[in-house]
Design a protein around this ligand. Sequence first.
Ligand code: C2E
Ligand code: CA
Ligand code: CA
Ligand code: CA
Length: 274
Amino acid sequence: AKEEGRGRWTRYDPAMDEEREERNNMELDLREAIERQEISVAFQPVVDARSLDMVGVEALARWTRKGHGNVPPDVFIPIAESTGLIDQLGLCVLRNACLALRQWPDLSLAVNVSPGQFRDPAFATYVEDVLHDTGTDASRITLEMTETYFIQNPARARGALERLKQTGVKIALDDFGSGFSSVGYLRQFHFDRMKIDRSLVESLGQNDRALDVLKATVSLARALDIPVTAEGVETDVQVSALKLAGCDLLQGYFFGRPMSEREIAARRGVQPVS
Ligand code: C2E
Ligand code: CA
Ligand code: CA
Ligand code: CA
């Protein structure tokens, strides 16, 4: 047996060591991949709920780990967050996505931001630098954040949010409806966009209350003048319900999975040269 913190004793477990070692190895590989700029970006279409035209994309980080294949972001993003690699990773995604955006002058771009990045007082400056270097108009960019940091640290979050908004980018509250998601945060912080979580969209058609909850959520956002994006849209039944509820933008496998830059270009077809 070996001692754990607070004087508790647990049985020695070789599986735990293996798990720890695998995590360490993954961390080393991730660090190397970031340094070598091997983190790529997939783009998922976002469509206008009325016209169903593609009006934007969300950038999603992708990592093919050598000898292991694709590692899902739900696995490597938490590792990046707990090891401080997220700052570099996040800016790398932003930069690459902004570079791709140059080919699509009519599209907007959403990029995810982790609390760890947002917490860094220099974050807004980093964002400004990337936008400047890539010649990107800030008004085309939305940074997506979940509520965690806003709940944990409202006073600091408010300052960071204001500073970031001064750069001209928009801020979206991501995954709304997945956690505590109280009306309070929406009043307290001025988000420019709200993204309704996939879990809420998924429950549509499964029960009637889901539609009521959705309608109430969208009305709330509308009352605050915040455009609403529904994510995780997979069926035409969901599309109808979301349109009926008044969502402004839709995103999900029904319209397109996250795809390469080239696939986005192909989907848009030949664009008129202006
Ligand atoms: P998210 O920001 O909520 O992104 C949406 C996730 O839902 C993506 O998963 C996307 O592929 C998936 N999705 C989209 N439409 C559908 C659908 O119709 N059905 C289903 N079942 N899923 C759908 P992905 O790419 O695996 O990313 C997972 C999470 O990892 C993201 O959730 C985000 O929180 C995080 N993430 C990804 N890239 C980045 C990044 O560059 N920076 C940070 N900080 N987080 C990232
Ligand atoms: Ca997101
Ligand atoms: Ca989301
Ligand atoms: Ca999510």
